[in-house]
Design a binder for this molecule. Structure first.
Ligand SMILES: Nc1ncnc2c1ncn2[C@@H]1O[C@H](COP(=O)(O)OP(=O)(O)O)[C@@H](O)[C@H]1O
Ligand SMILES: O=C(O)C1=C[C@@H](OP(=O)(O)O)[C@@H](O)[C@H](O)C1
Ligand SMILES: [Mg+2]
Length: 175
């Protein structure tokens, strides 16, 4: 059982935090798509958006998923928009197990309130932006993979749940 595990879902659902924990527990490598792109570009995601634009960032995400990471034994925390780009979900599915983290919008608003590293939220009304994006994307996340609820749940419990699903879906009958 060594296929990759991809965590997808909206901003603030805990992909980066939970992914790190699951990687530690499995001994898999931990890769966060945002961090990998930042490392490769030598600048933060906010600067990439400002200087090169969102489409360029989406192309970097695609490149990272298609050619930029090992095929086995990785936990990959995907940036929230990665799986929204048309054509990305089949690529993730072909490469491993896709699990979607979920939280209600009120919890997302709370968890993202003080962060400054998400360029989509550096607007006059970040709350409205989050509500709009959440509504636009909800259906895509719902269809992306087995859903894990994260609201009012401790991180270690979420990580254990993710790991259980991974073992079921990557097991002998799976990948
Ligand atoms: N289950 C949880 N309970 C409480 N806080 C959480 C939980 N999951 C994530 N957080 C917090 O929410 C914020 C966003 O988490 P992060 O892992 O960066 O999400 P994502 O990568 O999905 O955007 C962080 O401050 C993190 O500590
Ligand atoms: O939802 C999005 O489009 C984005 C989510 C971010 O990642 P997180 O989901 O880890 O915050 C990051 O990739 C970028 O700011 C764009
Ligand atoms: Mg993240």
């Amino acid at each position: 059982m060594d296929s990759n595990l991809y965590l997808v879902g909206f901003m603030g659902t805990g992909k980066s935090t939970v992914g790190r924990l699951v990687a530690r527990q499995t001994g898999f490598a931990f890769l966060d798509s945002d961090h990998e792109i930042e490392r490769q570009q030598g600048k933060p995601v906010t600067q990439i958006f400002a200087e090169l634009g969102e489409p360029a960032f989406r192309a970097m995400e695609r490149e990272f998923i298609e050619r930029g990471h090992p095929a086995k034994r990785c936990v990959v925390s995907c940036g929230g928009g990665l799986v929204v780009t048309p054509g990305m979900l089949p690529v993730l599915r072909a490469r491993g197990v896709v699990i979607c983290l979920h939280a209600p919008i009120e919890t997302i608003l709370e968890r993202t309130r003080h962060a400054t590293h998400r360029p989509l939220l550096t607007v006059d009304n970040p709350e409205q932006r989050l509500r709009d994006l959440y509504a636009q994307r909800e259906e895509i996340y719902r269809r992306s993979g087995t859903m894990v609820l994260t609201d009012k749940r401790p991180l270690r419990e979420i990580a254990a749940h993710v790991l259980r699903i991974y073992r079921q879906e990557a097991g002998p009958a799976g990948k």
